[in-house]
Design a protein around this ligand. Sequence first.
Ligand SMILES: Nc1ncnc2c1ncn2[C@@H]1O[C@H](COP(=O)(O)OP(=O)(O)OP(=O)(O)O)[C@@H](O)[C@H]1O
Length: 605
Amino acid sequence: MARRAPITEQRPSSRNLRVLARLFAFVRPYRAALAGALAALLVAAGAVLGFGLVLQRVVDQGLSSGSVGALNHALLLFLVVVTVMAVSVAARVYLVTWIGERVVADIRKAVFAQVLRLDPTFFEVTRTGEVISRITTDTSLLQVVVGSTLAIAARNALLIAGGLAMLIVTSPKLALLVLLGVPVVILPLWLLGHRVRGFSRASQDRIADVGAYVDEVLHGIRTVQAFCHEAVDRVRYGQHVEAAFAAAVQRSRASALLTALVMLLTFGAISVVLWVGGHDVVAGRLTGGELSAFVFYAVLVAGSVGALSEIAGELLRAAGATERLLELLDTEPRITSPVHPLALPGPARGRLELGRVTFRYPSRPDAKALDDVSFTLEPGENVALVGPSGAGKSTVLQLLLRFYDPESGTIRFDGVDVRDADPRALRRRIALVPQDPVIFGADAWENIRYGHESVTDDDVRRAAEAAHATEFLDRLPQGFATFLGERGVRLSGGQRQRIAIARAILRDPALLLLDEATSALDAESERLVQDALARLMRHRTTLIIAHRLATVRRVDRILVMDRGRIAASGRHEQLMAEQGLYARLAALQFRAMPAAETLNAPVGA
Ligand SMILES: Nc1ncnc2c1ncn2[C@@H]1O[C@H](COP(=O)(O)OP(=O)(O)OP(=O)(O)O)[C@@H](O)[C@H]1O
């Protein structure tokens, strides 16, 4: 369980704004809804500003004049403004949330589709938990931002602009006073706000650590328990949690201080305005209504400035999340289809040719996993790969499926260099029966049909019969409709293999890749699996990583691999007679464990 590097570090915020602009590309398809939301936003902001005027009327005409009619009139106006505001706010909330949810749904789909395109190298250098967190947490963060924060920001910006205008209209002198006071209020808040944001980021990173640790431990929970490692994990997890707590406390402290400062400074400023304005009212230079309206606008502007600075942090966080998502969307898979892929000749014959293939795993550039490997599989030929652990057998299969490209040399399938073909077309002609087949959380029909959705139930059943899988599938509670996989019925190793064989039978591939299970099955399962495999391999080009004597005896040819090279090739008897690596492996294994018949233990053990 090696720790792998996170994909991105935090970047400076100047890039973040550009990133938010790119996010707009996802909003563009919903222009109509966006226009509606903007209109609602403008009307609502207008209504709020209108309140000040209504207030001024209520005080000057209703209250000061003592006329009940004027008061009624002013309050009626008040009700009209309230209604307009309520309706426009409702429209704004609905439309903006809708856009947010819609955009996030689109981004989730785009990111997931992208992740499915990426090649194994990406997953080797990226923690799975991190990819999952990008698709879930990062997109949720975006949803909050697109679905509310951005609208709140726009609303506050409008209120600030409109409020300032109304301040000037109501009393230019007091407005000038307020404007002079703004830097005094804003500067300390801005400075402290900056610190709070830094703490928030630190706190988020700590929370990500907590998540990553849980992910790692839960994935390896059986190993953790088998090695009685729980106490160590408990302590380490505790440390991560405490670090997250400490970071959160630091953030809360700064943010509490910020809140107090906001209140003191804004209300202090308002009291100065009230004091100066009050003198003007007493001297008759200003009406009571004007002063009321002025204070209303001043509070509105100050509140909006405060709200804007608060959500600035959230916007930055969202910019970070967006950047990580966009980076994922921009990642180009290393294995791609050429612009004009060569069609593989039809009908498929299943001829395979490796010419001087050398390959290193991108994550281990210092070691050659395959070193100048050449061999040919003629159509219909059954060939076994044997060799000690780490010899490169699985690597050959990975390259044939084109999960990686060789560093030098070529791989030809039916005469076409696999790099010139569409990888999907190539993979459709190949079936892989892995050592430990994956069973998905679906019923048996779907598990066998996997990747071959168009075939009928009858075909699935026939494949299952040929794979000796009907025997156990029919005995399940709901037969083939029984839910298998993680949260369904757990299948035994032999049963999983037979499902995988049924899958391969259904694909009817030109090339069959088989990674024989190392663990010994009971005699009955073993016989059924071997029998199913034998049928599948008949008249079909097959490359099999063989661990069993029964298998190597049956194949046309054996390739012995050692340290990334082909050390020898031939039939079992021939290789035994050569007294080389194969004979040594065989002697060690067959003498020690004649029943298990395992071939690929380390040499010289
Ligand atoms: N994803 C990977 N990244 C880096 N190195 C790898 C990766 N997979 C395998 N290797 C290395 O490549 C070499 C060949 O590995 P490979 O899995 O092909 O051996 P193998 O013959 O199939 O062994 P086994 O019988 O134990 O499965 C080994 O040294 C292994 O450590």
